[in-house]
Design a protein around this ligand. Structure first.
Ligand SMILES: *Cc1c(COP(=O)(O)O)cnc(C)c1O
Length: 403
């Protein structure tokens, strides 16, 4: 069942984290389907001897102190680990950003050099330029399409390479195996923000990545009502990741874990629909004169499309398109009148979102050049034909605003 690696991912998601010890009363007294919410700060011990034992063990699956979690947190961590072939364990964090920083801090120390992809999520860059810089770690940024050429940027003290594929806002797909090979040749660690694909559509550890980061806030939760991050890793990095998270006091509440576990059960089903609708809408956008380019990894014109075909097993519902001419005001005319798209940042929920984005403000190693302003869409679970009709009216407004 859940621990049989040959089981298909859809089936594993249904069984994952539902250990009998966490859902059954024992002695034939019956059980329930979902691991319940165990809220706890104080853990009670039977006697002083058990108290002492607990201090020494630091084991998963043993109550010790509220911060170490209860069966609710363990169930979610185990379920996420189950989705990632080759994983030893998962640490949970209060947000995706906390997962990014927790992973970086587990592999870096003052004096190290970090290579960061130029298309990284903006708060990830902020952590490098803010905290890491003052801590004595130097970051340099690289072109997401660099591939094996990354070897030329490595220094003797390069300790880690951070990937995000496809890239935030512009969706370049990276050559992960080539970058991993360059890192391994020099004993550097690789970290990848895999929020877009999730483990279902890209098996990062299997491709050689050391630490895979997922903002569970997005597709794992899937309902825009919880924030959380996860880092999953193999045996060699597990103890360091765990120790760092424990020292920094990372913790997530049991109620949020319950929400993300509930979201996880339908992840495969939701992603399938997000993918189908987004691909349909992306192809339709390409036929419109107001659209210069569509940045969606499943489209042959998108940067790194061949790598996406080679390495990914699917696409999610988030992509961008570049308008043909026009300015920010015309773009706002498109977005403001949309009936089915909310205007907001945090994507991956069941509802569609449209967002004006300006990649030129977040690039330093490469230069963003485009025919017009950019719109990012998160395609939700509405009927795609309704979304197309809505966008069609929006593009008409854009054209009218361009004059
Ligand atoms: C949203 C996002 C994050 C951060 O997740 P939060 O839970 O909002 O902190 C990290 N990486 C990517 C690619 C994201 O889109």
């Amino acid at each position: 069942m859940a621990d049989d690696p040959k089981t298909r991912p859809e089936t594993r998601l249904i069984h994952a984290g539902r250990r009998k010890a966490w859902t059954h009363l024992g002695d034939g007294a019956g059980g329930i389907v979902n691991p319940p919410v165990w809220r706890a700060s104080t853990i009670l011990y039977e006697d002083v001897a058990h108290l002492k034992q607990g201090t020494q063990a630091n084991r998963d699956g043993q109550l010790f102190y509220g911060r170490r979690g209860t069966p609710t947190q363990w169930a979610l961590a185990e379920a996420i680990t189950d989705m990632e072939p080759g994983a030893e364990g998962t640490m949970l964090y209060s947000s995706g950003v906390a997962a990014v920083t927790g992973a970086l801090l587990s592999v870096l120390k003052p004096g190290d050099h970090l290579l960061m992809v130029d298309s990284a999520y903006d708060p990830t860059r902020n952590f490098c330029e803010g905290f890491l810089k003052s801590w004595g770690v130097e970051t340099s940024y690289y072109d997401p399409m660099i591939g094996a050429g990354i070897a030329d940027l490595m220094r003797p003290n390069t300790r880690a390479i951070f990937l995000e594929s496809p890239g935030s806002l512009t969706f370049e797909v990276q050559d992960v195996p080539a970058i991993v090979a360059a890192a391994k040749a020099q004993g550097a660690r690789t970290l990848m923000d895999n929020t877009w694909a999730t483990s279902l559509y890209f098996s990062a550890l299997d491709k050689g990545v050391d630490l895979v980061i997922t903002a569970a806030t997005k597709y794992l939760g899937g309902h825009s009502d919880a924030m959380m991050g996860a880092v999953t890793t193999h045996k060699a990095c597990w103890m360091s990741l765990r120790r760092t998270a424990q020292m920094l006091g990372h913790f997530v509440g049991a109620d949020d874990c319950y929400l993300v576990l509930r979201g996880l059960r339908t992840l495969a089903l939701r992603l399938k629909q997000h993918e189908a609708s987004a691909v349909q809408i992306a192809h339709w956008l390409e036929t419109r004169d107001e659209v210069a380019r569509v940045l969606h990894p499943a489209l042959p014109s998108s940067p790194g499309h061949q790598l996406w075909r080679r390495d990914f097993t699917g696409a999610s519902g988030l992509f961008s398109f570049v308008l043909q001419g026009g300015d920010a005001t015309a773009r706002a005319a498109l977005i403001d009148g949309l009936a089915h798209f909310g205007i907001g940042y945090s994507w991956g929920g069941y509802e569609s979102l449209a967002l004006p984005v300006d990649p030129e403000n977040y690039r330093t190693a490469t230069r963003w050049q485009a025919e017009g302003p950019v719109v990012r869409l998160s395609i939700g679970l509405e009927h795609p034909d309704d979304l197309i009709a809505d966008l069609s009216a929006g593009l008409d407004r854009f054209r009218a605003a361009c004059g």
